[in-house]
Design a protein around this ligand. Structure first.
Ligand code: HMG
Length: 385
């Protein structure tokens, strides 16, 4: 008999600061409606110097470990494209900060915004084979583009941690999945660069090609009809992209797009900005937190990572999901961010160090549970706050 496997718990963390896009628009002399309506974004999270993907990933996962315990967690996957070392997995620091057992497999995965979905699929396969195992999957990223670029308003920062296990309390992921890979220069981050290189228009069309290609593969591999999917979560580099994706897929299958199927999923991304690998699962957090009527509903997921890889799959919401969701904590994390002026934001943006700069100490700024304290003997140091 096959085991139901999926997401049992899901927890969100973000950075210490926030920039209101009205301030950015005023500084740039841009109509703020371009951001609020054209991109569908209101604010973006901005990390302090003592935060990075390790601190955000550990902060997202800590409440899950506190709730379920660490003893059955056999694997920790950390997906990111904001890696802090070329060799050592960021997941190893997270493993220590969380106090996970030594008998736990730990690795970092990369393929732009897509990698958390590869991690989720690997986790599902592991639990299907060994139903007593639990797997922690974390997507954590800092989206950084050049100052004064067209992409600047789509920056952001955040992490989402998910516990994958048998008989999940939130969403059972169905086996059918459609994938689409095409090599394209739409977005990448060369070694040594702290900001991404992006061809914005190409990235939008590559994303739309990928959703259509992944859908066709999904259907060819036994995925359900379009009209059997009740809600959708799409990767959201900016929330208007989810609207574009939703319309493109509906047109492809000859359906009328129903935008009420995606509205709830955009609530957190609109406030936090792009969180790359975490963004799709932040959409899921928002949907579960906002919508009280999801018992037995089927959610379609589309994951996109530039470069490019897309995957489309579906999951069914467990009855009783309301008792496990963490809406209060997520809203508290969003409202705890300290508002920045444009001058403060630009200074933080300019002050990103490469570790080749040598040893340094980083003063405490953020209020999260974990901190990056600096570089010693060229090794990064982290501590509990
Ligand atoms: P842009 O060229 O400045 O913007 O950059 P635009 O001129 O295309 O305007 C954007 C929208 O605002 C348009 O709407 C305008 O009409 C509208 P659309 O035609 O698209 O529906 N607009 C207004 N609306 C209301 N009032 C106004 C007004 N003015 C204009 N006054 C772009 C836009 C997305 C290209 C840029 O922000 C960018 O380069 N972003 C980064 C790349 C990105 O996010 N790409 C998305 C797909 S790729 C992806 O998702 C992967 C990614 O997450 C990375 C990874 O995988 O690792 C990025």
């Amino acid at each position: 008999m096959s085991v139901a496997v999926g997401i049992h718990d899901l927890s969100v963390a973000t950075a210490a600061h926030v920039l209101d896009l009205d301030l950015l628009a005023a500084y740039q002399g841009v109509d703020p409606a371009k951001y609020h309506i054209g991109l569908g974004q209101d604010r973006m999270s901005v990390p302090g110097p003592d935060e990075d993907i390790v601190t955000m990933a550990a902060a997202a996962a800590q409440p899950i470990v506190e709730r379920v315990g660490a003893e059955n967690i056999r694997t920790l996957y950390l997906a990111t494209e904001s890696g802090v070392d070329q060799s050592k997995s960021a997941a190893v620091w997270v493993h220590r900060l969380l106090g996970l057992p030594a008998s736990c497999r730990v690795v970092e995965l990369k393929q732009a915004c897509y990698a958390a979905t590869a991690a989720l699929q690997a986790a599902l396969a592991q639990v299907a084979r060994s139903p007593q195992d639990e797997v922690l999957v974390i997507g954590a990223d800092i989206a950084r583009y050049d100052l004064d670029s067209a992409a600047e308003a789509t920056q952001g920062a955040g992490a989402v941690a998910m516990l994958v296990r048998a008989d999940p309390g939130l969403v059972t992921i169905e086996p059918a999945s459609g994938v689409f890979t095409a090599e394209v220069d739409d977005f990448w981050r060369p070694n040594g660069s702290s900001t991404a290189v992006v061809d914005g228009k190409l990235s939008v069309s590559a994303y739309l090609d990928a959703i259509v290609g992944a859908w066709d593969d999904y259907r060819a591999r036994g995925g359900v009809d379009y009209d059997r999917i009740d809600r959708w979560c799409h990767h959201q580099p900016f929330t208007k992209m989810a609207v574009k994706a939703h319309r493109a897929l509906a047109a492809h299958v000859g359906a009328e797009p129903d935008e009420s199927q995606i509205t709830a999923s955009t609530g957190y991304n609109r406030q936090l900005g792009n969180s790359y690998t975490a963004s799709l699962y932040l959409a899921l957090a928002a949907l579960l937190d906002e919508d009280d009527d999801l018992d037995g509903a089927r959610i379609g997921f589309f994951s996109y990572g530039s470069g490019s890889v897309g995957e489309l799959f579906a999951g069914v919401v467990s009855p009783g999901y309301r008792t496990l969701r963490r809406a209060e904590a997520t809203r508290a994390a969003l409202s705890a961010r300290r508002p920045l002026s444009v001058a403060e934001y630009r200074e933080l943006h300019a002050n990103v160090h490469a570790d080749d700069d040598g040893d340094r100490t980083v003063a405490p700024v953020s209020r999260g549970p974990f901190r990056f304290t600096g570089v010693e003997g060229r090794a990064r140091r982290y501590t509990r706050a």
